[in-house]
Design a protein around this ligand. Structure first.
Ligand code: ATP
Ligand code: MG
Length: 564
């Protein structure tokens, strides 16, 4: 998909500057090849969308390609379910990896052969210390590590042990393969990092073939090189791993086609949400939300179900830019992108969320007439739809006040209001139940004031409210979603994010919607006039019985909505 803002000038960023410079010097012969490398151990979230848009977007801009590579080196945590969901998310965002779909596990044979090569070059050795001992001897930020007593094993001995590790002769945790770098390095990542460990685990792609699995740092750089990646974009926490990335590729330069450049950028941090996979898994498993695609979650499956559009996410990513410094983005930036997009693209419809009856005493009992409402106030080419008008209507409870506060311009006893696209009505009496709540508002209408007629222009009233014909209104379940957390930084420092859950983040109501919505398809978005943006739920909607999720409220409060 072309970037929606491709007509705007694309803001420069430091990554584009690096690529422009590489193209000027001919470093990669003008080639740009990036990759998005998710681990299939959970669902993607809005932070990943930043990385996806960046990697695929950069490739597209420079007529290059972007690979989708599953980093599947932890068999215990990974699953096909996650692979499928990730593919779906990337496609939904409008990107296509074409034939460039890869799995790190496809390189297990090569990774193994290269590890043997490192051993023969005296750049790796089998360590037979326990996991605890290895950790203990790694040192700290202020003290150097200690060499393993096995560090000076001969290459022959290490090679023999490594082969036997592969053949399943040893128990988990008895031996590991380590890179031989420098136990005194100030960068802990360079203190002889483990590059292979024994795991008797079934891998979702290679099955029982392997009982040793390569570590991320070893696998990632080699996978990049084998795929001829030019620019390997990752988040800032990998900055300290870059020397290891380069070390591995330098040792293997005879064996690999190229040495990609790792470039780090700041991850997306968004207020009022959590994005760590561990926490997302916890929310789902402890049933604090309704599954991975709960519309309150920051997962891409969740925001999609909430009604976010790919366009709004592209707009957001473009707007927040790419930088080297970590920062927080306010949730309202994301919501504003969504409003901007939906304001432009969502057809208008009417829903009454908290209904109260309005009865027009001087309107004939079984008369019915059509009113005409534009599908979009700025797009006349979208046409109009008809809405039936009858004697008994529903309006919103809060569009009526028996004892109006100052500045209340909607319906009040003795007051007048325009029923949008229809007539001016005057409140003549109210009906209450035994508990004292208003059950019906009786009005009279002025037949000379129908919207669109000459008479309408002659009379002006301040208030303008929406309504539905009670006889025609369609019953619909509506879920009013709000932010999942009440704290902008639910998981900062030592806080337990579960204490910051918003108890009012989901309210399910039975509401009325206009009859035209009978034919709603799942995932259609609408602006329900004066109420916000809504999407037909793609899981629970039935033919003829749509269920709507509130995507986001309107920025404007009711008082500012322009009259028709
Ligand atoms: P975890 O939460 O377990 O650390 P992860 O979010 O890093 O996992 P990966 O599957 O490793 O998950 O991420 C794939 C890619 O997405 C990586 O290149 C990673 O840097 C990037 N990424 C992850 N989170 C963000 C984020 N918040 N903003 C931008 N990019 C991100
Ligand atoms: Mg990660």
């Amino acid at each position: 998909m072309k970037n929606p803002s491709s007509e705007e000038t694309i803001a420069s960023n430091f990554i584009r500057n690096i690529i422009n410079e590489d193209n000027r010097t001919g470093k990669w012969q003008g080639r740009v090849e990036t990759r998005f490398p998710p681990e299939p151990n959970g669902y993607l979230h809005i932070g990943h969308a930043k990385s996806i848009c960046l990697n695929f977007g950069i490739a597209e801009e420079y007529s290059g390609v972007c690979h989708l590579r599953f980093d599947d080196t932890n068999p215990e945590k990974e699953a096909q379910e996650f692979v499928d969901a990730i593919c779906d998310n990337v496609r939904w965002l409008g990107f296509d990896w074409g034939k460039y779909l890869y799995f790190s596990s496809d390189y297990f044979d090569q990774l193994y052969t290269l590890a043997e090569y490192l051993i023969t070059q005296n750049k790796a050795y089998v360590d037979s210390q326990s996991t605890e001992k290895i950790r203990e001897r790694r040192g700290t930020l202020t003290t150097p590590g200690e060499n393993s007593p096995y560090r000076d094993r001969t290459a022959e001995e290490s090679l023999d042990l490594f082969r036997r590790m592969k053949n399943g002769e040893f128990a988990e945790g008895t031996h590991v393969l380590r890179a031989k770098i420098d136990m005194a390095s100030p960068n802990i990542n360079l203190r002889d990092p483990v590059i292979y460990r024994i795991r008797y685990a079934h891998h979702q792609r290679t099955g029982g073939k392997w009982c040793i699995y390569p570590m991320y740092d070893y696998t990632h750089c080699i996978s990049d090189a084998l795929e001829n990646i030019t620019h390997s974009l990752c988040t800032l926490e990998f900055e300290d791993h870059r020397p290891l990335y380069d070390w591995v590729l330098d040792q293997l330069q005879e064996k690999l086609p190229c040495h990609p450049q790792q470039i780090e950028f700041a991850r997306l941090n968004l207020t009022y949400t959590v994005m760590s996979k561990r926490k997302l898994i916890e929310l789902v498993e402890q049933k604090l939300v309704d599954g991975w695609d709960d519309p309150r979650l920051s997962t891409l499956a969740g925001v999609r179900r909430r009604g976010y559009t790919p366009r709004s996410i592209h707009m957001f990513v473009e707007r927040i830019g790419v930088s080297k410094a970590d920062s927080w983005i306010d949730m309202s930036v994301l919501e504003d992108c969504l409003r901007e997009d939906l304001n432009e693209h969502a057809p208008r419809r009417i829903a009454v969320l908290n209904p109260v009856k309005l009865i027009i005493d001087n309107y004939p009992d079984d008369q019915e007439e059509n009113c005409f409402a534009p599908n979009h106030p700025q797009k006349t080419e979208w046409g109009k739809r008809t809405i039936p008008f009858t004697k008994v209507l529903y309006i919103e409870q809060d569009d009526f006040m028996e004892e109006p506060i100052k500045g209340f311009f909607r319906l009040k006893p003795g007051g007048e209001v325009r029923l949008r696209y229809a007539y001016i009505v005057k409140c003549v009496r109210i009906e209450k139940n035994a508990l004292g709540s208003v059950v019906a508002i009786h009005c009279t209408y002025d037949p000379e004031t129908k919207s669109g007629t000459d008479g309408a222009a002659k009379r002006k009233v301040k208030g303008n409210i929406h309504w539905l014909s009670a006889r025609h209104a369609l019953n619909a379940e509506i879920r009013l979603y709000d932010r999942l957390f009440t704290d902008p930084y639910p998981d900062s420092s030592d806080k337990d994010y579960k204490n910051a859950l918003n108890p009012d983040s989901k309210t399910t109501i039975q509401a009325y919607v206009e009859p035209a919505l009978h034919k709603t398809e799942p995932e259609q978005c609408f602006q329900f006039e004066r109420n916000g943006y809504f999407i037909a739920d793609n899981v629970d909607s039935q033919p003829g019985r749509p269920v709507f999720n509130r995507t986001v409220t309107l920025r404007d409060s009711w008082g500012k909505v322009a009259g028709m």
